[in-house]
Ligand binder design. Structure first.
Ligand SMILES: Nc1ncnc2c1ncn2[C@@H]1O[C@H](COP(=O)(O)OP(=O)(O)OP(=O)(O)O)[C@@H](O)[C@H]1O
Length: 431
């Protein structure tokens, strides 16, 4: 795409006929294309990756001399990605874009290729001279021997909620790193991320099982975000929150006058999710007669709105979640076993907080830093942390999130949350 065959004026004779390879990891397609074009003129071959797993796969498959890394990756937590990269590929140069200033800076290992790459990146983005050491890099763990220079902003700001690229099925998914939104390093949590990466690009139905507040909805959203359906709707239906009498109409939709009170027609959640993902939360609460109708839809992709004879074809990926032992319910006849087998082709189990209690300090710090946005971050006094570590956590991570928020508010303008500010779900102060 528009690559130039002329040598860049800023680049010396180091630009030879030899083709070198750089891996470029960024979810931003237009940024990748700009950098690729800029480097092509300097005989750099660029292998593009939309996520971290794909970048690691490229690095394994080719002899790359540099990795150019965006400030955010959709599938891997960036600090851990960098650590893994440096462990596996110590000889490969790393260029990182600064997230805080929005890609206005890069850090780069010192190497003979440094100037050439920098000039190429700048030429692709039409910028001024570099300003050495002009910013504070947000990635604390980047070694200090990396030089900081400025390049212009390229990618658009990325938020977790924004559409992100699909993981290609061939992306290496078995790497033992977590997705950015999952805080914690316990092997059971890493397994959740691994499974999400493996199954997200596929149509396979997924059943998410785990106690309340363990991140089942977080898993469903990540599956959608990393699928080819990411730009299409993600629709949630909590089967426990809607009265049984209304659930069918909510799911399948109805025509005007289909039943008493149906003063106008309504599109059901399945149709609303067309092209995207339908997340059926608390599927174990779905009444048996409705399970039969859902099974029909799962089997043939057709549904009938209440009051209408013609079936409608809808294309949705179904993700279901439950805190109940669905296999036991199916065995006892309280849940349709045929539907159970249809929905549970791939199971992701979210662990209770007690099962990964070592992650509690990290999770608490994460929630505190989120609460501290725009104001000084508060810390937990060691005795308050000890109290948290001794709690049973029936409400899991959600309960922790709420306990931290209460403590944060109760600590008023103090920078430390003490034992006195730790209140568990019963609302009683701990002391
Ligand atoms: N590993 C984690 N890292 C960061 N946040 C988490 C993690 N696990 C859960 N959370 C947070 O905990 C809260 C509860 O998560 P979520 O709603 O996904 O749980 P759930 O299992 O679906 O709960 P329920 O069964 O009650 O619907 C959310 O704010 C979510 O972001």
């Amino acid at each position: 795409m528009g690559s130039s065959s002329t040598t860049h004026p800023h680049v010396s004779s180091t630009s030879s006929s030899i083709t070198r390879t750089a891996v470029l990891a960024s979810p931003d397609l237009s940024f990748r294309r700009r950098v690729r074009d800029a480097l092509a003129g300097l005989r750099w071959q660029v292998r593009e990756a939309s996520g971290g797993a794909e970048a690691l796969a490229h690095l394994e498959a080719c002899t790359a001399e540099a990795l150019i890394l965006d400030s955010w990756l959709p599938d891997l937590e960036i600090h851990e990605f960098i650590k893994e990269f440096e462990r596996l590929h110590p000889g490969v140069d790393l260029i990182t874009l600064d997230g805080a200033l929005y890609s206005s800076s890069v850090s780069l290992t010192r190497s003979p290729r440094r100037n050439e790459l920098l000039h190429a990146l700048r030429s692709g983005q039409d910028v001024e001279a570099p300003q050495a050491n002009a910013y504070h890099h947000p990635l604390q763990e980047i070694p200090e021997d990396r030089e900081m220079v400025s390049i212009p902003a390229a990618p658009e700001p990325k938020a977790m909620a924004s559409p992100s690229p699909t993981l290609r099925p061939e992306s290496r998914a078995s790497i033992n790193l977590r997705l950015p939104e999952f805080i914690g390093e316990h092997s059971r949590l890493l397994e959740v991320s691994r499974r999400i990466r493996l199954v997200a690009p596929r149509m396979t139905p997924v059943l998410i099982q785990g106690p309340t507040g363990t991140g089942k909805e977080l898993v469903a959203k990540a599956l959608h975000r990393l699928s080819s359906r990411a730009q299409r709707p993600f629709v949630v239906l909590n089967c426990a929150a809607i009265p049984e009498s209304l659930l069918e109409a909510e799911l399948f939709g109805h025509t005007r006058g289909a039943f008493t009170g149906a003063v106008q027609g309504r599109t059901g959640r399945i149709e609303t999710a067309n092209g995207g993902t339908l997340f059926l939360d608390e599927i174990g609460e779905m009444p048996l007669p409705l399970q039969a109708k859902l099974l029909r839809f799962v089997e043939c992709g057709e549904l009938q709105r209440i009051g209408e004879n013609e079936p409608v074809t809808v294309d949705v990926r179904i993700i279901a979640a439950t805190h109940q032992p669905l296999a036991s319910l199916a065995a006892s006849g309280d849940f349709r076993s045929d539907l159970y087998y249809r929905l549970s082709v791939f199971i992701i189990q979210t662990p209770s907080l007690i099962a990964h209690l070592d992650d509690l300090p990290m999770l608490a710090a994460h929630f505190l830093s989120r609460l501290g946005t725009g104001s000084p971050v508060k810390n937990l006094h060691p005795s308050a942390l000890g109290l948290l570590l001794g709690h049973a956590w029936p409400g899991n991570v959600r309960e922790l999130e709420h306990v931290i928020e209460r403590g944060y508010i109760l600590a008023e303008d103090r920078s430390e949350i003490s034992v006195a500010e730790i209140e568990f779900g019963d609302g009683l102060a701990s002391s």
